[in-house]
Design a protein around this ligand. Structure first.
Ligand SMILES: NC(=O)c1ccc[n+]([C@@H]2O[C@H](COP(=O)([O-])OP(=O)(O)OC[C@H]3O[C@@H](n4cnc5c(N)ncnc54)[C@H](O)[C@@H]3O)[C@@H](O)[C@H]2O)c1
Length: 346
């Protein structure tokens, strides 16, 4: 007789132990998940946003998904964003992820998922940065960007920097801009501790953008605050991770790559605003999968903007890996009798 699987709880410390220092491997996992998604071997319905009338800055998002291929798992990430947490001394985002068995549908694990979420977001950004800069038109001597700038200096910015470094990016100059001088200084400290390059804190986003060839947006802005396409006249590569920083004019003047067109052109993201402004989706050159498959090639003579909505399939792929590693190490903490009412007629 089939038995339900044991139900495991995996802590953040176990997640960190499983993926810490394995940034390249996580990036390859994320690439494989994008390929499965591009081949139609995933199910990734719309994310569901729970919002609160009395607390408009906060939200909790549900990302249900299913991944085929070697990953072979269903599940859901349930992730809160409460930006005021930061002032209270705890991270903005907190999350759990449930893995479900593909045969029985039974949930078999609950994982702490803020680390998984940050890691997959950073892996996706670093993968896009590598593919878009290596495949960009122009002289090979142009090479990868060596001047990076971070607009928004929180946890995601730190993870993106870590994943860029692990994926072969090396920087001579690093810029930081944050509305909070304290956050900017904290991130400057992290950058200085973590390696080479001159770090400059910019008071104005314009100065950072004009002096960077690779720009990472990781703010919590709810509406565009960067509006002048002229700031991007040097055609930088932009990782628009926080999705709502750039005006429609900037998006419409750029070569745009997204993770998934249907997902990304929703929820008042900058590409969504650009679609409303232009009345069409012609400004989207393709998805990251299209780039990986060589179906579209980034030009040298326009800014290149990657806007990743964030797909649940990426979280599931990384979570499955974490589960397998923890299980293989014999450290899985299961909850005895979690599924209890198992006899049909008592
Ligand atoms: N696309 C994805 O898949 C994905 C995944 C995870 C997180 N994110 C997004 O990444 C962003 C950053 O997350 P985090 O956990 O690092 O948040 P965080 O709160 O730790 O840091 C955000 C920082 O941005 C700064 N900031 C806010 N508005 C700014 C502005 N207009 N200009 C400059 N700085 C500004 C804040 O002071 C803060 O230091 C969030 O918007 C989150 O939704 C995206």
């Amino acid at each position: 007789m089939t038995q339900p699987p044991p139900f495991a709880v995996i802590s953040g410390a176990q997640v960190q132990e499983a993926i810490g220092g394995r940034e390249e491997q996580v990036t390859r996992m994320v690439e494989a998940a994008y390929r499965l998604h591009g081949e139609g071997r995933t199910v990734n319905p719309d994310s569901y946003f729970l919002r609160f009338p009395d607390r408009p800055s906060s939200r909790i998002i549900a990302l249900p998904a299913s991944v085929g291929g070697d990953v072979g798992v269903h599940g859901i990430k349930w992730i809160s964003s409460f930006p005021e947490n930061v002032a209270a001394g705890i991270p903005r985002a907190s999350a759990v992820l449930i893995l479900n068995d593909t045969e029985t549908g039974y949930p078999f694990a609950c994982l702490e998922s803020s680390i998984i979420s940050a890691a997959r977001t950073a892996a996706s950004a670093a993968l896009a940065a590598a593919e878009l800069s290596d495949r960009r038109d122009g002289p090979a001597s142009a090479g990868r960007p060596r001047r990076v700038g971070f607009v928004g200096a929180g946890l995601i910015a730190r993870y993106v920097h870590m994943y860029l470094a692990a994926n072969g990016f090396a920087f001579d100059r690093l810029g930081v801009h944050d509305l909070s001088a304290e956050h900017a200084e904290g991130f400057r400290g992290y950058l200085e501790r973590s390696g080479s390059g001159t770090v400059t804190v910019h008071d104005r986003a314009e100065d950072l953008i004009r002096s960077s060839d690779l720009i990472v947006f990781a703010t919590v802005a709810g509406a565009p605050h960067v509006t002048d396409p002229g700031w991007f006249g040097h055609n930088p590569l932009v990782l628009h991770v926080s999705l709502r920083d750039l005006s429609p004019e900037i998006i419409l003047s750029a070569y745009n790559v997204v993770d998934d067109v249907e997902h990304c052109l929703k929820a008042d993201t900058s590409p969504h605003l650009a679609e409303q402004r232009s009345g069409n989706r012609d400004f989207v050159a393709g998805t990251l999968y299209d780039v990986l498959e060589g179906r579209t090639r980034p030009p040298a003579d326009r800014p290149v903007v990657f806007s990743p909505f964030g797909l649940g399939v990426l979280d599931l792929a990384v979570a499955r890996y974490v589960y397998d590693r923890v299980a293989a190490s014999g450290a899985l903490n299961t909850v005895p009798d979690f599924f209890h009412e198992l006899k049909r007629h008592g």
